[in-house]
Design a protein around this ligand. Sequence first.
Ligand code: ADP
Ligand code: ZN
Ligand code: ZN
Length: 807
Amino acid sequence: MPDGSYLYCDVSLPIPLDQPFTYALPETLRHRVKTGCRVLVPFGNRRLTGVTLRCHDDAPEVATREALRLIDAEPVLDAELLALGKWIAGYYCAPLGEVLRGMLPLAAEIRRGKVYSLTDAGRDAARQLLFDSSPEDPTVQILRMLDQRPLSAAYLERKLPLAANALRALERKHFVFAEQVQTERDPLRASSERLRVERTGVAPAGKLAKPERELLAFLELHPGSHNLKELESMVRDASPAARALARKKLVALRVEPPAILAGPVRAPHVLNAAQAAAFAQIREAIAAREFRTFLLHGVTGSGKTEVYLNAIDAALAGGRSALLLVPEIALTPAVAGQFFSRFGDRVAILHSAFSDSERSDQWRRIRSGAAPVVVGTRSGVFAPIRDLGLIVVDEEHDQSYKQEETPRYNGRDVAIVRAQGAGACVVLGSATPSLESRYNAERGKYTLLELPNRIEERPMPQVELIDMRVEFLETRKQATFSRGLVEAIEHRLDNGEQTIVLLNRRGFSSFVACRACGERVQCANCSVTLTFHRRDRRLLCHYCNYAERVPTHCPKCQSEHIYFLGVGSEKVEDELHRDFPKARIARLDRDTATAKRQYEAILQGFREGSYDILVGTQMIAKGHDIPNVTLVGVVSADVGLGLPDFRAAERTFQLLTQVAGRAGRGSLPGIVLIQTINPDHYAVRMAAAQDYQSFYEKELQFRRMMHYPPFSAMANILVRSEQQERAMRMSTELGHFLMPPPEKIKILGPAEAPVTRLKNEYRYQFLIKAASRKALNELLRRAQEFAREQKWNATALVIDVDPLTLL
Ligand code: ADP
Ligand code: ZN
Ligand code: ZN
């Protein structure tokens, strides 16, 4: 955009109203505001940070207010990302301002950096107070301090113990306003463990303190970069000296990537024939600089990662950048390690376990071009990468690519649109591609690349189904583990091999019921049963985290005959301890791994052989490559099959195939035992046979018959309210408004959502299936329009385009 001077700017604000607002630019901002920069503007009686969409001189018809402040000197969103944001807003029917806010990397950081200033009224009040007589009053003190200059919330709270309350009171009176500001990352503030020190070429001018001279002398003798913590043990006062020298620009301080990124260094493999053939096609498309989407369908253990690495090399060789998207949970040290050993400090990682400032560091490295290889989870698709040549989406079928709050985008699909805008290639990789992607490949929209065999002709694991109904008839016991599984685990323990045990359900027992009246204990906020978590001795809601004590009496009939039904991962762990007292057992689910680092520590321990058995939920099924695992046991294949969701079969197939794929990845062959009471269900049967093709064909028939995706464009409209009657009435009215639907559109509903009450709200839903995307989008727009006209609460209507779950 040419540098210019403009009188007005149009700003998109993070509010549910889907339209930009025009602001006048004060003299001081006219030259500085550019498209894609954030600005602080007044809105009603609030101040909001928005993104500038356009600068211009077209005087609006109505009087405009003035923008208050420019937040970024350079645009945070370039033209390409702005265009992508507009596409997302259109496709997913989400307000642009909210989409753009989600694309900004520093949202969290901005939210934290709160700075208070006085309003004009506040300034008047402060001046008046000069004559006031209660100087100890914290509100008075704050007004006086702010009259000097704006101050951060953190600073005020340090100075005055009661600042938080006082600030709230002042805000209510409109004497002060809070502003979210971007604080630059300052390496000088990082702790010594995280800092590396290196000499710069600059020769010292003036006088230096003794520790500074000593440190420089040490660095002279030992060139290269040093960890500051380690230096402290060798040079006296190394830390203050390094910081002082950094201010004088005599040494450079760099924040070290977190330890999480350290991983095993591996030499690149020579590609086998299938890998080489797949890579050749990708390389050609990258070289031709054309937009093209590949579906890399490779069985578990076929070496997809090596193909990604080569493709990224090819993009870099052409002077372009590459982005690898991974599901939230798959970003393990093993994956990150491979990228580091291959691309060194050209890699930037966008990881949710990082602190805000670490993330903004990474973001700046990407934008400056210093890190042309970016690895990230879902929102990594918005990284400010220049000259993008390739996007790889690993485990493209994974549900975590879908954001389950506004904007409800799917990172995989956004990646494809972004690549199209950039003229880049996309590689979607999976052993169990989503039906949509596989269908797109069949129709020629994507190019199918196949890796049909495991690396080094390792056999696929041998899978056996264990019919738990037969097991019960033969043993007359309702056991968690079949005899076959127990025996197989014993065998692994004897041989020093490792076992993975999967149960796709957290907690100890799945619900608590009363033997006398049949009552099941339910969540206070949701229409779901509570799950017993024994370690915490609590009943927990898996939807809203509501918790209560285990009742001693039935809440309904007061009987004492409370009992626990169903099995969760916690109970499986318990029973394994009982049955195999000598085994070293670790459990991995959302209860044991609340933080990413815990998650990685457990996996790392298992990989290093500190545990014999790893028990867990679907978290353990994803992508891990642990060679010593020769047995995978699935306690129950049936957990997900009964869910009222048309993707239930697909999800079960994916989960079973993926977890089976964890066995036999090393030189030892693996076996998989799947316990089920549905051995004839096609998803279970075909996962056992690891027969993707047959599953795909069978499932596709079902989808075609039922007009489910990929044979229709689908959306879920949810109407919610805390009052059931209201929710019901609103959904009925919306139903009347939408009926009859245009040709080519089917509307199912309104009906109670499968989880009718969630987090205290009653929910009714419409499922929309449309033969055309355009017609679907128009219908959804009409629904939004209706909600606006009826003055519904902004959160009463939820639109989910391409929903992945219907719960
Ligand atoms: P996938 O992601 O397809 O399940 P991985 O990429 O994890 O498979 O590869 C499985 C294993 O095979 C890894 O240990 C990897 O290092 C190894 N591997 C990949 N390609 C080759 C190759 N060409 N030669 C030898 N080993 C390879
Ligand atoms: Zn009862
Ligand atoms: Zn709940």
